[in-house]
Ligand binder design. Structure first.
Ligand code: SAH
Ligand code: SF4
Ligand code: F3S
Length: 465
């Protein structure tokens, strides 16, 4: 028997890439590859790249410089190392990558991962193998399901891509070009995939998509289902204790999603709802297609439906033409909403996007200064939000043994990490924890019940029977 070949995947960027990396590993597992945490002894290294900001995409080339040396070393030892570039830089730059870094054997865009085995065969014939089409065949229909041991190794919290691509064309963003048009996976496929995950110990599910609440997959009744209806269906799967979804666009929040937050206890009360800016003038220039008022109305609808619901967001500072008063409006919006957490970025012009043509650039020093002010405000809000948990008893889904001996770590409904001293047997259970203190971003507490309740284990349903 041939020894297994070793695969090393390094992912950058968003959760979609994390999910894709797992599906690539599942596909290549079928070709006799096993995963290794090290690049230097791998037979195949996949860089799963992100193109969202300049820094993210330039990182790829420095990493390729390092890999070239490893590949040369492998060749001296008589081993063949192949290097593949996947993800959004692969899609955006295509064969330009091989021109800049001839050490690369394979370039594969995000919609073509099911073609990896053929691309590898081409690389073995020493041809450069490039595939960045948006193929007519659907990758999800062709990627093999993960094996039971792979699911268990990945832990109790899983991501599942339910929707991919984006039709919104915000003027700063590369995603509609790198991931293509919006497509949704059929409900039946997702029910099957999630049931399989739940059968092998997954308790928390995050449905992901570049524009997840634009989901409109085909339901078993032949009609198109919105995200809220999909969440209702997935909540029925035995074993699934918690549901989340990311990332949403304010314009696609429909009644079904609001109702899901009202009616589904498993749907966690934390919504990632990027707004980008608090200035209507800038929102229009970004082609966000909503105003600050529209965004506040959406927040109100969530708050009316579910007590205790909290929000996180993304912001861009220094979009071309952003004046001090526009930025002040962003700070005012953040102050008004009070976020549990938020990410903020300096605007980065991306080739091929309409905003990259805009001349009125904000100076680097203004950008730095605005980013620091915004992050300061967000940090204060996040600390206040975390401090408010001290003295309360909250449900924690335990994920794994912590680095500190004797501690187990899990997450609250709001994704705050929470540590307790307990036996690792509680991994996979949702248990009430009395929160006693906060250490940086982590909550520390004690199990509120003397003896941990045992959660009902998912019944062993066999899929496809
Ligand atoms: N689909 C999501 C996320 C897209 S990318 C959404 O619609 O919000 C994640 C975040 O990166 C965006 O929300 C935005 O804040 C940021 N981002 C995207 N393009 C950027 C650019 N050119 N420069 C700086 N930040 C950017
Ligand atoms: Fe990019 Fe806008 Fe689509 Fe989000 S909604 S992925 S920011 S184009
Ligand atoms: Fe990056 Fe592509 Fe995700 S550009 S953020 S990896 S969709």
């Amino acid at each position: 028997m041939k020894p297994p070949r070793k695969l090393h995947i390094k992912s950058y960027g968003c959760q979609m890439n994390v999910y894709d990396a797992q599906r690539m590993a599942d596909t290549l597992g079928g070709e006799g590859f096993i995963e290794t945490a090290r690049a230097d002894d791998a037979d195949l290294v996949v860089l799963n790249t992100c193109h969202i900001r300049e820094k993210a995409s330039e990182k790829v080339y420095s990493e390729l410089g390092r890999l070239r040396l490893l590949k040369e070393q492998a060749a001296r030892e008589g081993r063949n190392m192949r290097i593949a570039v996947a993800g959004c830089v692969a899609q955006a730059e295509g064969d330009e990558i091989i021109r800049r870094a001839p050490t690369v054997d394979i370039v594969v865009g995000p919609q073509s991962y099911h073609h990896l085995p053929q691309l590898l065969a081409r690389a073995a014939r020493r041809e450069h193998a490039i595939e960045t089409e948006f193929p007519a065949d659907d990758k999800f229909a062709h990627l093999p399901p993960p094996k039971a041991d792979a699911i268990r190794a990945r832990g109790i919290s899983a991501f599942v891509t339910v929707q991919e691509g984006c039709d919104k064309f915000c003027t700063f963003c590369v995603v509609p070009y790198t991931r293509g048009a919006e497509v949704s996976r059929p409900v039946a496929d997702l029910v099957e995939e999630v049931s399989r995950l739940a059968d092998h110990g997954v308790r928390e599910l995050t449905l992901i998509g570049q524009n997840v609440n634009a989901y409109h997959g085909e339901g078993p009744d032949g009609t198109s289902w919105p995200l809220g209806k999909l969440l209702h269906r997935l909540a029925e799967i035995p074993g699934i204790a918690r549901l989340r979804y990311s990332t949403s666009h304010p314009n696609d929040v429909d009644a079904s999603l609001i109702e899901a937050h009202r009616d589904l206890p498993a749907l966690m009360p934390l919504v990632h709802l990027p707004v980008q800016s608090g200035s209507d003038r800038i929102l229009a220039a970004m082609n966000r297609r909503h105003s600050v008022r529209n965004y506040l109305d959406v927040i109100d609808r969530f708050r009316t439906a579910r007590q205790g619901i909290a929000f996180s967001s993304d912001f861009i500072v220094g979009f071309p033409g952003e004046r001090e008063e526009d930025f002040a409006a962003t700070l005012a919006l953040v102050a008004q909403i009070g976020y549990a957490a938020a990410y903020s970025f300096k605007y980065s012009p991306r080739p091929g996007t309409p905003a990259a043509e805009l001349a009125e650039m904000v100076s680097a020093s203004d950008m730095d200064q605005r980013l620091a002010r915004l992050q300061d405000l967000i940090d204060h809000q996040q600390s206040a939000f975390n401090m408010a948990a001290i003295g309360t008893t909250v449900d924690v889904l335990f994920e794994r043994a912590a680095r500190n001996p004797g501690q187990v770590v899990g997450r609250t409904a709001y994704l705050q990490p929470a540590h307790v001293m307990a036996s690792p047997d509680i991994v996979g259970s949702v248990l009430p924890v009395r929160i006693e203190s906060l250490e940086r971003y982590s909550l520390l507490g004690e199990l509120a019940l003397p003896a941990p309740r045992t959660e009902p284990k998912p019944s062993p349903i066999s899929i496809g029977a």
